[in-house]
Design a binder for this molecule. Sequence first.
Ligand code: GLA
Length: 724
Amino acid sequence: MIYTDPSARLLALHTTHTSYWMGVDETGRLLHLYYGPLRETPPAWPEPYFDPGGRPDRLPQEWPCPGLGDNHAPFFAPEWADGAIAAEMRFAGVKTRAGKYALPGLPAFRIGEDPGAETLRITLKDGRGLTLTLLYGVLPGCDVITRAAVLENTGEEPVTLRGMPSAVLDFARSAHPALDFITFDGAWAAERTPCRAPVRPGVQAVGSVGGIPTHAHNPFVMLCTPDAGEDRGECWGAALVYSGNYRMQAESTPAGVRLSVGIEPFRFAWTLAPGGRFIAPEAAFVYSGAGFGPMSRCFHRAIRRHLLPARWADMAAPRPVLLNSWEACYFDFDEAKLLRLAAAAKAAGCDLFVLDDGWFKGRNDDTSSLGDWVADPAKLPEGIDGLCRKVNGLGLAFGLWVEPEAVNPDSDLYRAHPDWALQIPGRETLALRHQYTLDFSRADVREGVWRQLTALLDSCPVAYVKWDMNRTLANVYSAALPAARQGEVYHRYVLGVYELQQRLTDRYPDLLVENCAGGGARFDCGMLYYSPQIWTSDNTDALDRLMIQYGTSFCYPPCVMGAHYSTVPNHTTHRTASVEARMAAALAGTFGFELDLTAYTAAEIEALHPFVQFYRDHGALVRGGELYRLAAPDGQGAAWAIAAADGSEAVVFAVGAPLDGRRLPLPFADPARRYAVHALYTGSAPQPPAAPLPGETLLEQGLPLPALSGTLPGYVAWLQSQEG
Ligand code: GLA
């Protein structure tokens, strides 16, 4: 619910459990007053407000401005024609409406089915000719508040934006004397490990200048009280709905902590001619007064219901169980080998066969051919359509890997259009994985790629596309833009990717798109607007996946995490793990296979059936249920569960010997019910609890885990409730 009281100059956004208050001071500044538990009475005005000195950098603000006394590290930086960088945005009006705003050309949480969704539009003006519209979206059922900002040049001179945040959130020191900052960091094959530290004086930030979020950080961060944990303490999560260069910055000053999120200002410059406008990407916030678990569940609900393409939202559509050819074949295959693999996938119970890299003209390793999206006649004499029809004939849908943003210098595309690659004149272009990046800021380049993609997708019934992106951007310079506009290229590139993915999903509404970037280097809310799943990491090792999927789950729900069962020793880590552990990691995501099943005996294939059946029976629960992180990964194991919102059923996963014989308290268990425990095992089955267990026992004493031994053992169970 949105509350506005223009006479008292107070504005409030209420979700089911949280409130966000703002106030307009007598000079017209928009102050941030409160973001915390639901509160229907106005909070106190910030103390510095009464400071007769009126120092602007002591005031918690919604849109801090540079150049006129706010000495925080500036993020918003409009440069006027005379070179001055300054602004004074003052309140000019407010409007509310039912439903949530959308952002043209940019992903944003959708109105969805949430009947109570509302939008608050606050207009701020600078006298020299800038009008800022701050958009606030309220998704009450998910306890999510979104923000976006639209800046319009309403003056008569050009203004160049040298920094443009999406949102700023001030935490006054008087209300929040100490806060921790949590970021999600890593590397290739080790994405999104939570990293927590007290906010230190000064600026600390994560972000990217690589054109994509990269493996190193994620555009999701949290602030929390020092006592906060999974089920206690206060925390605030901030997700940027954006897939390019970004900065998530916490700055501690004597006044408090300022969290600013938005497009990274390095190499960002956007000139607004009179009448021009710039739309900053959306940011989404959740407050929880009861720790990280409830915060994550709010983000998960909002992403599932209101961000994913409607076709795949929430529990709407089952996702296919797929087998991906990459770890089975790499570049080494022909049609006969693929068909043997597809037949084995069918025997294992898969729905979809995905042909990964290596299928296009001359592609026998990663040195050539990206950009030439036609089948390699040496490997696939009957083309992609021939293979697709044969795979369909086996009773499987067909899917394909592409990397539309990439081009190898050794490709027909590059030879024909060398200027289509991003390159700085007079400098050597950096090849990473032997490839350059196409200039997606250019409509003609996108059109060229689009023609190739549609020719491919129109040639046969492709049900799934894995859209990969295997390098960061460098040599970012567009041959199509003048010198003064080169600061637009990074952002225009992202807008170009969004445009093409939107076209793809509009033209092929039933196509399942899985995004990917060398594993999980572009795992963000922006991409989830176009694809309901993202390949979480190239690392499919069960033990490492515990941490990767745990860290990822702070913002993103299990149903968006690409997760495959793979062979042992694992191809990345060379470690081994039990079937149950590998299955637990895969079943808690989108579930698929990535291994050479042609090497399996009929009996070994048969042993996979119970797990595939488990996914068929409980996949809807995994996709639409509520995640509980029960034991954080400690390098040895972890446990988690996904429960129905009413506590009527759950799937429980435990991995690692340290959980051996332990009891796992289940916070979602309903004391009014009893739960039958159905555990899944290969080999010698440990004894699961024989009789149904009372919800109260599960809640207080916990679910007794059976003996778990061997190399990385695992436990997967379905808990089915009975009344009373
Ligand atoms: C990336 C992806 C992998 C695979 C390879 C193919 O690394 O993350 O899953 O598709 O590219 O080259």
